[in-house]
Design a protein around this ligand. Sequence first.
Ligand code: FCB
Length: 462
Amino acid sequence: MAIVSSETAGGFPKGFVWGVSTSAYQIEGATREDGREASVWDTFCQREGAVLSGDTADVTCDHYHRFREDVKLMSEFQVPAYRLSISWPRVMSTDSSQPNELGLAFYDALIDELLAAGISPWVTLFHWDFPQSRHDQGGWLNPRCVDWFAEYASTVVERLSDRVTQWITVNEPQCFLHFGHGLGINAPGVKLSLADQLTAAHHVLLAHGRAVAIIREHAKLPPQVGWAPVGITCSPATEDRAHQEAARRATMDVKADNLWNNTWFSDPVFLGHYPEEGLRAYGKAAPKYAASDMQHIAAPLDFLGLNIYTAMPVESQADGSWSEVSLAPGTARTAFDWPVREECLYWGPKFHAERYGVPIVITENGMANIDWPARDGRVHDPQRIDYLHRHLLALHRGIVEGVDVRGYFHWSWMDNFEWAEGFRRRFGLIYVDFESGLRRPKDSAAWYREVIRSHGRSLFTE
Ligand code: FCB
């Protein structure tokens, strides 16, 4: 990754990457075409009551057929970088462990189209669409999943690394493990014991490490590799030192009964061991593993991707503990009910950079809104513009203070299938009519184009 200079006056550092994000399952559709196999999400969507309004991703944005139009629109909006994911069940045929040529050809064409438009592809290997047949063989609980993932990663790297240089191994392990394997409200919809969830998590970490090694050994162009976890970001109630320390500790805390935390995942990856607080909290449920595992898991990365949407304010208590501060009545919230707290993009990167000492890339940030085309035919989304503006200024504050942030990817480029929440709320800069497939740029897309064009300077002139 290019080294970012500290020249930030009135804008963002040289080399700072502006981008947009999506994931395969949420936008592609064509779930039964060209040899694509079922993923756990296809199965989950068929389950009565699993997804809001019974929505499915069988068609969603139909990006599989409309990708040229989508890339053209990105190019019109001068998007420099696009974070996409590859669908594992589209490119691997499970029975034979053989690549599916037609699936790979789709990504060939997509990458070529992006490069021809001058857009840099940032490829995520796993964004939750796990092959159903592999799940039937034990999924992430079966230790062989590490080999399955390695087979898949090798196939993608062999095929795309002559053109792709930016790689992200796994998206939000916390989310698909906690919601999918703990609470059972996301695919695959199972409720494992805490010990089993932690075993699955250990396998995910090993799979990540194997993928890093594969990318480093086999990539045809020099690669930049990261991963994109999620977790709670806590912000201090005031900037008083004690509250800052409380927020730092709260952000890095592990709760005994679930996997929704930062450090159980990123400490092994960046520090080579599980966190002490986590081992204490999980006790006997913590996995047993070979000492050599940590060497594989801690394969060096070029950046830490952070998906951050909000922050939880906390304060320090007299006894040195921390507690959550309740939000004022009527606090601004997105259509997902997530509080609008732009300080998340200041404290989140800062705390992570301090702990891990690696460059940060914001791989997701954005908001759900209830958008619709107005009578003038346009989609006005002032809330999203304000959300973005606030968050980018907060991110900039950290950068000016020395936090090494190398890029920002807005979630999402276009409205899409929001997992168990279906299509009701919209995260895109581009409005998608899910019946006709028509795309309409929202006001926020034009606003973001100005941010990109001015390399962030427009944030300071409004
Ligand atoms: C993240 C997911 C992404 C999208 C956003 C809103 O947890 O990585 O796919 O659903 O939330």
